[in-house]
Design a protein around this ligand. Structure first.
Ligand SMILES: NC(=O)c1ccc[n+]([C@@H]2O[C@H](COP(=O)([O-])OP(=O)(O)OC[C@H]3O[C@@H](n4cnc5c(N)ncnc54)[C@H](OP(=O)(O)O)[C@@H]3O)[C@@H](O)[C@H]2O)c1
Length: 336
């Protein structure tokens, strides 16, 4: 096959918010897959806050994207040629295919996607990595019990919206923190959260006191910074603080703002614990089956923010950091 690829490669390490010039966008020839490889055409590319961290130098849970390398991204695609025994042309697959139109893979970390379970974009959202993150972070780290009060920040986003709904499924009271009245309305009216706090206009500390009079038993944190500090002030005895992410700190040019209020962990015999969804890879199947059941029963809803066109990538990514995404953000590269 004589195909042309369009590829975003990392050009420089950004300072603060990423700019278009931090990547190159080039046309390249697609290499032929060798024995044991498959050629994938990207259909949807997942845009994730973690991509900002992958652009930085330094130690993390994965090596940084190297200068000149294809920008790392999870994606859904269709196999268009296979010389790999486990995959056939026509299969829908997910994997770390990068911000590009075509990827050649040796099959490691590639999974088949069953489009009979749910439409393709859902496999990046509630039934993909975002949903899995909420599932394991809330259930394994947060360990909610029926009757608990669970507070979720970044609650209208891809991970947070699922975490709050799982809290409800488990018989908890769910309180979301999100930016703006529309997102707060969505949480309460569409997703069934018990209350929502608009951190852009409400006094978060005061609102948490009002909505969690007995304190919070689980705090699922996606944002860090000032909101984490406000939440720590309202812990119940024995609370679990789940550190899922800290998006408010990802574009900091100065030092990261840590929790000044950590003494609350001592006073309340509470625990704060970070986790990474990738550590649960062996249990993805079990979690996805359960979440697909919840979705089929109408208990797990999601919305996907789908932007058309690979070339929009640098600007589209910024929607995450400006709170402009409504649900799971992804780019549609091609029709299925
Ligand atoms: N631990 C893991 O394995 C793992 C895996 C996946 C994701 N994560 C983390 O989960 C979090 C959510 O990711 P996602 O994919 O679901 O993204 P998302 O919530 O769909 O989108 C990001 C949202 O973050 C909020 N935000 C942005 N800047 C903020 C700020 N300065 N202060 C407060 N809120 C801010 C915005 O919502 P508002 O409009 O409400 O401000 C924005 O819509 C991220 O921190 C991510 O790194 C962790």
């Amino acid at each position: 096959m004589n195909l042309t690829n369009h590829v975003f490669r990392l050009a420089t390490r950004p300072i603060g918010m990423p700019k278009r010039s931090d990547w190159t966008y080039s046309e390249e020839r697609v290499p032929e897959p060798k024995e044991g490889e498959l050629l994938i055409k990207a259909l949807y590319i997942s845009l994730d806050p973690a991509m900002r961290g992958w652009m930085n130098e330094g130690k993390s849970y994965v090596p940084p994207v190297g200068i000149g390398e294809v920008m790392r991204a999870l994606a859904l695609g269709r196999v268009i040629e296979s010389r790999h025994p486990k995959f056939a042309a026509g299969d829908f697959v997910s994997g770390t295919f990068g911000v590009q139109e075509y990827a050649v893979s040796d099959g490691k970390g590639v999974s088949k996607v069953d489009t009979r379970v749910a439409p393709l974009p859902l496999h990046l959202s509630a039934l993909g990595m975002s949903g899995l993150t909420a599932y394991f972070g809330l259930l394994d780290v947060g360990k909610p019990k029926p009757g608990d009060t669970v507070v979720v920040s970044g609650a209208a986003g891809a991970v947070g919206s699922v975490a709050g709904q799982i809290a409800k499924i488990k018989g908890c009271r769910a309180v979301g923190i999100a930016g703006g009245p529309e997102k707060c309305r969505y949480l309460v009216h569409d997703l069934g959260f018990d209350a929502a706090i608009d951190y852009k206009s409400d006094d978060v500390k005061k609102s948490l006191r009002e909505h969690c009079p007995r304190g919070m038993d689980v705090y699922f944190d996606n944002v860090g910074g000032d909101i984490l500090d406000a939440a720590l002030a309202q812990l119940a005895r024995g609370a679990r603080v789940v550190i899922c992410g800290a998006i408010s700190q990802y574009n900091n040019t100065g030092p990261i703002k840590g929790p000044a209020n950590y003494r609350s962990l001592l006073i309340n015999r509470a625990r704060m614990e970070g986790f990474l969804v990738f550590d649960y890879a062996e249990r993805y199947g079990e979690a996805l089956r359960e979440m697909a059941g919840w979705r089929a029963a109408g208990k797990l809803k999601s919305r996907e923010d789908i932007v058309e066109g690979l070339e929009t990538f640098p600007d589209t990514l910024l929607k995450l950091f400006k709170g402009e995404n409504d649900g799971k953000l992804m780019i549609k590269v091609a029709d299925a």
